[in-house]
Write a protein that binds this ligand. Structure first.
Ligand SMILES: Cc1cc2nc3c(=O)[nH]c(=O)nc-3n(C[C@H](O)[C@H](O)[C@H](O)COP(=O)(O)OP(=O)(O)OC[C@H]3O[C@@H](n4cnc5c(N)ncnc54)[C@H](O)[C@@H]3O)c2cc1C
Length: 226
């Protein structure tokens, strides 16, 4: 949360005009912007503000490194400060983007040879879409925890054999219950890398489960959203 953006600022390198907005559910949407003018590693995040506003928030990059557009996936948080403003934006509005930030970026060498389990709650799937779009041959399984199956954002873009949906409020996924329940029932190869992204409660519980299964902390990387 930073930066004061004045309404009559000239267009500059950090300004991006919204090209498209895809409504994915009643309260989740993606914002498509021009191609990033900075190099980033799939998995990293940016800070995003509305030009003319006085706040910014962090968002994982949802698009791949080589995609023609920079894209983010956003869920409107009820009573949140910033996301209701984002929700009201229309194509053509200008956003101020800074970044990339964070160490949650995939290294090409590891992507080529590693075996990955991506564990995401809600919009925490965003960095994993970026990674999979950047490295289409990566050896991955996604475990995605949501409340309702409609929150399986862009599910058709993943290999269905590699995508496991856990739905906690209705029986319409691959597993009915929290993703941590599913995780407990899984067996993984010892050399697996685990990447966790989403809310801190999920990450804390998943870390404990992986620890109990005997995995080393340095095989596990986490990105906490809130
Ligand atoms: C590194 C990083 C990457 C992030 N990437 C994404 C992303 O790709 N997509 C995305 O939607 N969000 C992402 N977030 C969360 C985002 O930065 C904001 O916190 C979120 O959009 C809420 O902003 P707000 O101003 O509406 O809510 P605020 O007014 O700042 O917060 C209101 C309350 O909502 C809680 N909250 C925050 N996010 C959520 C959520 N998703 N669901 C439920 N409660 C929440 C906060 O903890 C707080 O208690 C990321 C956060 C971090 C740190």
């Amino acid at each position: 949360m930073m930066s004061l953006m004045k309404p009559d600022m000239q267009m500059d390198e950090s300004f991006y005009k919204i090209e498209d907005i895809r409504q994915l559910t009643g309260n989740a949407f993606s914002i498509k912007l021009p191609k990033a003018r900075f190099a980033f590693k799939a998995g990293q995040h940016i800070s995003l503000g509305i030009v003319g506003g006085n706040q910014s928030r962090e968002y994982s990059i949802y698009s791949g490194e080589n995609d023609p557009n920079l894209e983010v996936l956003i869920k409107e948080v009820q009573n949140g400060y910033f996301t209701p403003q984002l929700r009201r934006l229309k194509v053509g509005r200008v956003l101020e983007i800074h970044g990339p930030f964070g160490k949650f970026g995939m290294e090409p060498e590891l992507a080529a040879h590693g075996k990955f389990v991506f564990i995401a709650s809600g919009t925490g799937i965003a960095p994993f879409r970026s990674i999979i779009r950047t490295y289409p041959t990566i050896d991955y399984t996604i475990i995605h925890g949501v409340r309702y199956s409609e929150e399986a954002y862009d599910r058709d873009q993943y290999d269905s054999k590699r995508y496991k949906l856990c739905t906690s409020r209705e029986n319409k996924g691959d597993y009915y219950g929290r993703l941590t329940g599913y995780l407990k029932s899984c067996t993984f190869a010892p050399e697996t890398h685990f990447d966790l992204c989403g809310n801190s409660d999920m990450i804390f519980d998943a870390l404990e489960i992986l620890k109990d299964k005997g995995f080393d902390r340095d095989q596990i990387h986490c990105e906490v959203y809130f």
